[in-house]
Design a protein around this ligand. Structure first.
Ligand code: PLP
Length: 374
């Protein structure tokens, strides 16, 4: 068997995204012990930088040693107890996964469905809250990657908090690309992923839980239905006081990478990073419009970092994306579930959000679409 060497691809899909070169360098440092004092110091720094990225003071801010989906499971498995009613606003694929989580962990999901491609309706959410005053938790996706839609997290959290509910927010695609203000908005549990706007490798999930969320976990009368994700146990490892005991072997090198990705985010400055994402989105929008391509989502609801466009009539989705990959070394995303074959998702996340990438993507689309749409 020969050593595996991956061909270089420009990643402009919905994640994973292009990893910053210095993150790749950090990944290749020699592995050290996961209880080594230097590693523990690094974990403290990761936590400090996550406080900044999430804009929170939450003590329980840490990284789950698994991808964003595991961050989602961690929030739900810890907060949902048998019989707990959870209101879930769904406007795409990821809201549907929240329902799966709630039901598997013994909760009762109350679904509030919005059309795919539109943001969560505040009126419908308020009506569901009014109709279900006994709900314990209110959950939603801030940036729905499957449809490229942003929802008003601040307004949704306010409604739920006013009704005394805890809030769970999916910030996998928003963190690092758009402002995420955990404390100000009143988010009680949030999870994200390393491989989207943070531009690290896949496989890690930063999370943060408020004191109210921690109190609900501490007051549980039944054990958390997962040993690995039980925050009572993991906290002893990521804990605030420096005294750490073995829980599982942390993915040491991946965390080196996340430290570097968060350092780059912090040094560039959140506002500058968001402005870069927006500028790339504007440049892409102008170019796509020139090519006659249209957005699936209304301008007011769009995510700058995940541009969802309609596949033009007569164009074969997979054939075109295969050409982009083989002839242009460029990956863009297709649609998920009911959106398959109808949309493309062009990611401008983290390291992918550069003018050079936008131009490369536009040139490749122009070259491949010209023969079909002419
Ligand atoms: C990508 C994504 C996830 C899942 O993250 P993984 O790292 O793929 O497990 C969850 N929610 C949203 C909104 C996402 O975009």
């Amino acid at each position: 068997m020969e050593k595996f060497i991956a061909k270089k691809v420009t990643l402009m899909g919905p994640g994973p995204t292009q990893v910053y070169p210095s993150v790749l360098e950090s990944l290749s440092m020699g592995t050290i012990g996961h209880l080594d004092p230097q590693f523990i110091q690094m974990m403290d720094e990761v936590k400090e930088m996550l406080h900044g990225a999430f804009q929170t003071k939450n003590t329980l801010t840490m990284v789950v040693s698994a991808p964003g989906s595991a961050g989602m499971e961690t929030c739900f498995v810890n907060l949902v107890e048998d019989g707990d009613k959870v209101i879930i606003c769904q406007n795409g694929v990821f809201g549907g996964r929240m329902k799966e989580n709630v039901e598997r962990y013994g909760g009762v999901a109350v679904m509030v469905e919005d059309d795919w491609g539109t943001s969560i309706s505040l009126d419908k959410a308020q009506a569901a809250i009014d109709a279900n005053p006994d709900a314990k938790i209110f959950a939603f996706v801030h940036a729905e990657t499957s449809t490229g839609v942003l929802s008003d997290a601040e307004a949704l959290c306010k409604m739920a908090k006013d009704a005394g509910m805890l809030t769970i927010m999916d910030a996998v695609t928003s963190l690092g690309g758009l402002p995420v203000k955990i404390d100000e908005w009143g988010v009680d549990a949030v999870y994200s992923g390393s491989q989207k706007c943070l531009a690290c490798v896949p496989g890690l999930s930063p999370i943060s839980l408020s004191p109210a969320a921690v109190a609900k976990i501490e007051a549980r009368t039944s054990k958390v239905k997962s040993w690995f994700m039980d925050l009572n146990l993991v906290m002893a490892y990521w804990g605030g006081t420096g005294k750490r005991s073995y829980h599982h072997t942390a993915p040491v090198n991946a965390l080196f990478g996340l430290h570097e990705a968060l350092r780059l985010f912090t040094n560039e400055g959140a506002d500058a990073v968001f402005a870069r994402h927006l500028a790339c989105h504007e440049r892409l929008k102008a170019g796509l419009t020139e090519l006659g391509l249209t957005f699936f989502v209304a301008e007011s609801d769009r995510l700058p970092q995940c541009n969802v466009i309609n596949i033009p009539e007569g164009v074969d989705d997979l054939e075109l994306r295969t050409k982009l990959l083989n002839d242009h070394q460029l990956e863009i995303g297709g649609g998920l579930g009911p959106m398959a074959g109808k949309i493309w998702r062009i990611g401008l996340m983290g390291g992918s959000a550069t003018e050079e990438n936008v131009d490369k993507c536009l040139a490749a689309l122009k070259a491949e679409l010209a023969p079909v749409t002419a």
